[in-house]
Design a protein around this ligand. Structure first.
Ligand SMILES: Nc1nc2c(c(=O)[nH]1)N[C@H]1C(S)=C(S)[C@@H](COP(=O)(O)OP(=O)(O)OC[C@H]3O[C@@H](n4cnc5c(=O)[nH]c(N)nc54)[C@H](O)[C@@H]3O)O[C@H]1N2
Ligand SMILES: Nc1nc2c(c(=O)[nH]1)N[C@H]1C(S)=C(S)[C@@H](COP(=O)(O)OP(=O)(O)OC[C@H]3O[C@@H](n4cnc5c(=O)[nH]c(N)nc54)[C@H](O)[C@@H]3O)O[C@H]1N2
Ligand SMILES: [Mo]
Length: 768
């Protein structure tokens, strides 16, 4: 049976005469995602990159020996491409790498290359790039994830390493058995449970949430959006102003302490800095919080009492920390859960991202596939992942990160493989201004998306339908062996094959491949994995058997998971890795960092963009840019599933009818969404399921400028990152504050510009 392994599920494939004709869910998956149907459009789409291609002006400059930074940059995104034979393209890439390496050193190469590429262990595009660049002497890297960077930096000071928390969330089964109440900030959105980083086998989160409902656990959705938790009996919606959850949480904390509902024994035994935290609550009562977050004070107090009345889980979606001062809200969640004293018990405590992806609360067997070894990177310089615009625009400028000061190196060459910065980065206008500075931008892509169109050299990458791989990540519970079911279109090759060919120009091919072909590497991955399993006393099937069966499953853990159970059982024998070994409600380490926008106790700091900010007088709507229901990020935006979710070919903006009538707008209008950073068109859908004053425009529509090459042009397709801000969460984490910003909306009355995002670029023959 041919299968596809993707971040949004594992599917069975039907291939007839070399064409993919059907994509069906695997029988093991209780809640398969429809996103997989989009694969039907991937194989042979006109948007596939078929041959190596070079931007025309870049080729002219290279052949005339006139390379100028400024000239070159301005034409990215506006010029046609010239297709080249592989040999020439490989020569060109090798020559550019060599030139930059020799003239400026490896610190001038940015290879951070963030992104979700394809699932699958060996053909992990960023890992392939990192291995290749390390063989060449290293690269400037990036740290943390767009998803939860603020959490990754603050939580080790407060409670634990992010991944030690994320992978060990109390299971839905335990919550259903012992719990009574789940308060979910940002809800438990069904749309996001379709996905998991690294790949998905069984979708178990939806069943987990059904289990809670069936067990009579009450679910409270605290969010601007009603749909963040599927309606039903036992579900309450508490609308809240975006980015004000920290104020709500402090109001709850104040109530708990004022009414003596806090668990002093827990605080005494497991926490440090309790007095400093409780002192900081002075004046932050429910009335204070209500004025900020728009949840009535009486409801805040009732919520506090309800949380204290018995087993209760307080959880917050990842979106909450992708915000200005995003660190504070997760710290406040931990602080309130500490006051409630249920951390480490099976029916309560805290969660950070139940519902944000499939595996949180549904972890299966811990078997992890060995990773592609990426080698050693001798270059020390790095950026916090979302500082890409600052890196490119401000060489030499300094930044703080986790208490240490660093500076940005001067980047001459950008190499991107397996991610889409023109999807993921905030303030695309600022990014494209900065994008003009590097001399050379090299991209491997499968499709002619905005990243490929804004590159100098584009190399055609094959997809996971066109190569063999092993797929799994820790706690997925299965390993899937997939084979190439289609021939790659045109001359597309795997990223590994591309890097092997470039390395050969340096005489370093063997250092990249170690003499193994694809089959040899898959065998290596599996044998490494089997060796580690054997050390734990587990016997895995042979590589041949795995290939033959296609799937090996490992089942659920025997003991149900309860987050921080061991710490609760014995905090002396199992201390945390914080400075005190306890949960820190006040952090002396953070105090010593002296970062102005990250105080040493969880604090509500007014962001620059929220409904209470002065800027709201000019831009009175708070835009949420949440994850799209019908795709993963920008992937398969051209496919049938994503297209069916658009309106007038554009991304859909949801708006409350009151805000629409105040602007004379009606359902299905095409509107212009704008602020001082940029603007885009979108199609309007009215809904009373979102709080008045807020609008949503999910991420993922391919950036489609009205004037290609003008960084500040309107996007006609609805990419919200022309509106969002590059401002970091804080000087502690430098995390993306991606989720939301202030905007206004008006009807688009002019002629409707066509959407051209899904057309390939113009190709021309080489001159001379
Ligand atoms: N406004 C706003 N912006 C956001 C967010 C938000 O909430 N609001 N969320 C952020 C978050 S959480 C994330 S994770 C990021 C996601 O940002 P990305 O992960 O960068 O987005 P993707 O669209 O998944 O990009 C993956 C790219 O890899 C390519 N690709 C797939 N497989 C391969 C392969 O085998 N080889 C090569 N060479 N390429 C391949 C795909 O074609 C695609 O272009 O976006 C962030 N951006
Ligand atoms: N279908 C699909 N699923 C995905 C992805 C995808 O692209 N498509 N991406 C995956 C990735 S990379 C990630 S990181 C996760 C992200 O997971 P999340 O970050 O949890 O996802 P979002 O959809 O950005 O946000 C969830 C909800 O939070 C609410 N929200 C936003 N701001 C606030 C706020 O200030 N307060 C409160 N209380 N609520 C708020 C919004 O209404 C939004 O619908 O999703 C994963 N799942
Ligand atoms: Mo993410």
């Amino acid at each position: 049976m041919a299968r596809a392994f993707t971040h949004w599920g594992t599917y069975e494939l039907t291939v007839v005469d070399g064409r993919l004709t059907a994509v069906d869910p695997i029988p093991e998956d209780p809640d398969p995602s429809p996103i997989g149907q989009g694969l039907l459009d991937l194989a042979d789409h006109p948007l596939r990159v078929r041959r190596p291609a070079v931007r025309r002006g870049f080729l002219d400059e290279v052949s005339s020996g006139r390379r100028s930074r400024a000239q070159s940059g301005r034409r990215r995104g506006a010029e046609p491409f010239v297709e080249l034979p592989w040999d020439e393209a490989v020569d060109l890439v090798a020559a550019e790498l060599e030139r930059v390496r020799v003239d400026h050193g490896n610190e001038a190469i940015f290879g951070g290359s963030y992104g979700w590429a394809s699932a699958g262990r060996f053909h992990d595009a960023p890992a392939q790039l990192h291995r290749f660049l390390n063989v060449l002497g290293g690269f400037v890297s990036s740290r943390c994830s767009y998803s939860y960077a603020a959490a990754q930096v603050i939580l080790p000071h407060v409670i634990a390493d992010w991944f030690d928390l994320l992978g060990y969330h109390t299971s839905f089964e335990e919550l259903a058995r012992h719990g009574r109440l789940v308060v979910a900030l940002g809800g438990l959105p069904a749309k996001n449970q379709q996905v998991d980083y690294g790949g998905t086998f069984r979708h178990l989160a939806p069943a987990g949430i059904r289990l809670l409902r069936d067990a009579g656990v009450r679910l409270v959705n605290v969010s601007p959006l009603r749909d963040d938790l599927e309606d039903g009996s036992g579900v309450t919606w508490i609308p809240i102003r975006p980015t004000t959850d920290t104020a709500l949480l402090l109001g709850i904390a104040h109530t708990l302490v004022a009414e003596g509902l806090h668990d002093e024994a827990f605080l005494e035994r497991y926490c440090s800095g309790v007095d400093r935290f409780i002192d900081s609550l002075a004046g932050h009562d429910a009335e204070w919080a209500a004025a900020i977050c728009a949840v009535p004070a009486e409801q805040i107090r009732a919520l506090a009492r309800d949380l204290a009345a018995g087993p209760s889980m307080l959880t917050a979606a990842w979106s909450l920390q992708r915000a200005e001062h995003g660190e504070q809200v997760y710290w406040a969640v931990v602080a309130v859960a500490s006051l409630l004293g249920q951390i480490g018990t099976p029916g309560g405590g805290f969660g950070l991202g139940y519902g944000s992806s499939n595996r949180v609360g549904s972890a299966e067997g811990t078997q992890a596939l060995a990773r592609l070894p990426v080698g050693h990177n001798p270059v020390q310089a790095f950026i916090p992942v979302a500082r890409i615009t600052d890196l490119l625009s401000s060489p030499g400028a300094s930044f703080t990160y986790d208490g240490v000061e660093y500076s940005y190196p001067d980047i001459r060459l950008v190499y991107w493989c397996g991610g889409n910065p023109l999807h993921h980065q905030q303030d695309i206008g600022a990014l494209l201004d900065a994008w003009q500075r590097p001399e050379t931008i090299i991209v491997h892509e499968q499709v002619w998306n905005p990243l490929a169109r804004h590159a100098d050299i584009v190399l055609p990458a094959s997809t996971n339908l066109e190569r063999s791989d092993l797929g799994s990540v820790a706690r997925m519970g299965a390993v899937v062996a997939t084979g190439a079911v289609l021939a790659p279109p045109g001359e597309a090759r795997s990223d590994h094959a591309i890097f092997a060919a470039i390395a050969a120009r340096f005489g370093l091919r063997e250092r990249v491949t170690l003499g193994r072909d694809e089959e040899g590497w898959l065998r290596w991955v599996w044998e490494e994995t089997a060796l580690r399993a054997r050390a734990r006393g587990e016997e895995l099937p042979t590589f041949e058997a795995l290939r033959e069966q296609g799937v090996a499953t490992f089942g659920r853990p025997e003991r149900p998971t309860v987050l921080l159970e061991a710490f609760r059982a014995d905090p002396v024998a199992n201390p945390l890795h914080t400075s005190s070994g306890r949960i820190e409600l006040y952090s002396p380490v953070i105090e010593a960092f002296a970062v102005a926008d990250c105080p040493p106790t969880p604090t509500w700091l007014s962001p620059q963009e929220w409904l209470g900010a002065p800027l709201a007088a000019e831009f009175p709507l708070h835009l949420l840019t949440n994850q799209p229901v019908a795709k993963l990020h920008s992937q398969l935006d051209f496919g049938r599933v994503a297209r069916a979710a658009k309106r007038s070919e554009r991304e859909v903006l949801h708006m409350n009818p009151a805000d629409a009538s105040a602007r004379g707008l009606i359902d299905a209008d095409v509107v212009r969404v704008f602020n001082r950073r940029g603007s885009c068109l979108a199609a309007l859908r009215l809904s009373d399921g979102l709080m008045a004053g807020t609008v949503t425009l999910p991420t993922g529509a391919w950036y489609d400028p009205l004037e290609p090459g003008d960084p500040h042009s309107m996007c006609v397709h609805g990419n919200p990152n022309v509106l969002t801000s590059n401002r970091p969460a804080s000087g502690l984490s430098q995390a993306p504050a991606a989720q939301s910003c202030l905007v206004d909306v008006e009807r688009w009355n002019a002629a409707l510009p066509p959407v051209r995002a899904h057309q390939p670029p113009v190709f021309v023959a080489r001159e001379g």
